[in-house]
Ligand binder design. Structure first.
Ligand code: HGY
Ligand code: MN
Ligand code: MN
Length: 401
C-alpha cells in the first residue's frame, strides 16, 4: 500500500492518480511488474482493464475474479480502490505461496476509470466489460483537464506491452471486491467486516442556467438576468428540501463553472453538476424531477433559461446471495463480526453483478472519510479484510462448475 501511495502522492497525504494519467499508468506498471515477477499471466482489454491470472487445474473454466480500481479522485485517499486491488493481489500471492490448487483460474483485476472525475462517466472499464456501454461513444471525450480520452487510453494500453490483449466480457465464475466503506457505520458499530448486499442508484445531472452577461458596476437590479442568482436560489431550495426530508437521499454539487468567469462581469451562464443517489429507483426519479422543476422555476424568476442533462445513470443493484453468504461464512470462520449493508457509493461490482454472481466486502475507514486526503484504514482492518477475502476466494474457487 505504502509504495502505491507514493504514486501520485499529494502534500496533504492523499493521492492524485486520476484515470489514464501518468500516475495511473505508473501504478498499473508496478502491479504488472509485481505480477510478472510471480510468474502470473498479465492481460488487458480495449478499455485497459488490467487482469493478473493464476492458472487452475482447468484453464477452460471461467476465473473467480477479485479486485477493484487503482485510479483516484483529484484529492483522493490512499485506500479508495487501491486497497481492494492490492488486497486481491495479496490473496493471489498467498494462494500461490500456500500452493493451493484450484480447479478454475483466479484473476485479479484493476478496472479502468472507476471514479469518473477526470473522464465522466465513472466505472467505464467495468461498464464496458459487462456490455452495458459501447466505448466507441467515449472516444471523442475530453477530460476535465482538457485531455483527450482516446489519446490517454492509447498511451495507457501502449504502456504495458507485456500484457496480452483479450476481448471484452470474458466469462467470470464469480466476482468479489473489497473496498473501504466510505461511510461511518462499521467504525461506529465497531464491526470489522461489512457484507455488501447491493449498491444504491446514482445519477449525474449537468445543469446550465443562461442569462445575460453585463457590467457589474453599471447594471442595476431591474436590468439584470443573472444565472448565478437563479443557481444560488435553486441549490438553496434543493438542499433545504431533499436530504433533510429523506435520510436515505443524497444530493451533491461538486463542480460549478461560471462563464465568462470574470470578477466584474455578470455571468452569461452558470453550469453545475448534481450527483443524486437513493436505494429506491422511484425516489431517484422523484428527486430528479424535483431538481428539474426547481431549476426551471428559479431560472424563470430571473428571466434565465434552464437546461438539465442526465450524464450518468446507474440503477441500483442487488448482489448474489451465494457470494454474500460465502463472505459471511468466511468472516464467521475467522471469528470476525460482520453485518449486511447496502453501499452508498457506486463500485465496479455494480456492473459485474450483471454478468456474474458478485458481492463486496467492506472494511471500516476512520470517521467514514473518503474522497478526502485524510482517508485512513487501520492495519488490523486491512488484515481482517484480506483474510476474509482469501477465505471467500478459495471457497468460491472450490465451488463446482
Ligand atoms: O462516487 C462514487 O460513488 C465512487 O466512489 N466513485
Ligand atoms: Mn472506489
Ligand atoms: Mn471513489
Amino acid at each position: 500500500m505504502r509504495v502505491f501511495a507514493e504514486i501520485g502522492a499529494t502534500p496533504a497525504g492523499g493521492v492524485n492518480r486520476q484515470a489514464l494519467s501518468d500516475g495511473d499508468r505508473a501504478a498499473r506498471r508496478l502491479l504488472c511488474d509485481l505480477a510478472l515477477a510471480r510468474g502470473f499471466g498479465v492481460f488487458q482489454d480495449r478499455m485497459a482493464n488490467l487482469f493478473v491470472r493464476r492458472e487452475g487445474r482447468n484453464p477452460s473454466r471461467p476465473p473467480v475474479l477479485i479486485g477493484s480500481h487503482l485510479d483516484s479522485q483529484p484529492t483522493g485517499g490512499q485506500f479508495d480502490g487501491a486497497l481492494g486491488t492490492l488486497s486481491a493481489f495479496e490473496v493471489l500471492e498467498s494462494i500461490e505461496d500456500l500452493a493451493i490448487e484450484t480447479d478454475g483460474p483466479i484473476e485479479v483485476v484493476a478496472w479502468t476509470n472507476e471514479e469518473g472525475s477526470r473522464f465522466a462517466p465513472g466505472v467505464m472499464g467495468s461498464m464496458a466489460f459487462a456490455g452495458a456501454a459501447d466505448p466507441a461513444a467515449w472516444q471523442s471525450l475530453t477530460g476535465a483537464d482538457g485531455a483527450s480520452f482516446a489519446d490517454e487510453l492509447a498511451a495507457t494500453l501502449a504502456a504495458l506491452p507485456e500484457a496480452t490483449m483479450r476481448p471484452f466480457g470474458t466469462p467470470v465464475a464469480a466476482y468479489l471486491e473489497l473496498h473501504i466503506e466510505q461511510g461511518p457505520s462499521l467504525e461506529k458499530e465497531n464491526i470489522p467486516i461489512g457484507v455488501v448486499t447491493g449498491v444504491q442508484g446514482t445519477r449525474w445531472l449537468l445543469v446550465t442556467l443562461s442569462g445575460q452577461a453585463g457590467h457589474a458596476g453599471t447594471t442595476s437590479l431591474a436590468y439584470r438576468r443573472d444565472p448565478m442568482v437563479a443557481a444560488a436560489a435553486a441549490l438553496h431550495q434543493l438542499q433545504e428540501a431533499i436530504m433533510p426530508a429523506d435520510p436515505q437521499a443524497r444530493l451533491t454539487v461538486g463542480r460549478m463553472m461560471t462563464y465568462p468567469g470574470s470578477i466584474n462581469a455578470i455571468p452569461d451562464s452558470v453550469v453545475f453538476s448534481i450527483d443524486i443517489r437513493h436505494p429506491d429507483p422511484d425516489r431517484l426519479d422523484s428527486i430528479e424531477a424535483e431538481v428539474r422543476r426547481v431549476c426551471e422555476e428559479q431560472a424563470a424568476s430571473q428571466q434565465c433559461s434552464c437546461a438539465v442533462v442526465r450524464t450518468f445513470d446507474m440503477p441500483s443493484a442487488t448482489f448474489s446471495p451465494v457470494v454474500v453468504e460465502t463472505i459471511e461464512m468466511a468472516a464467521r470462520s475467522l471469528s470476525l463480526a460482520s453485518k449486511r449493508m447496502v453501499s452508498g457509493a457506486f463500485h465496479d461490482a455494480l456492473f459485474l453483478a450483471r454478468v456474474a454472481p458478485s458481492a463486496m466486502i467492506f472494511v471500516p475507514c476512520r470517521d467514514g472519510l473518503s474522497h478526502n486526503e485524510a482517508e485512513y484504514v487501520a492495519p488490523e482492518h486491512i488484515l481482517s479484510g484480506a483474510r476474509v477475502m482469501l477465505e471467500t476466494t478459495i471457497a468460491l474457487a472450490r465451488r463446482p462448475a
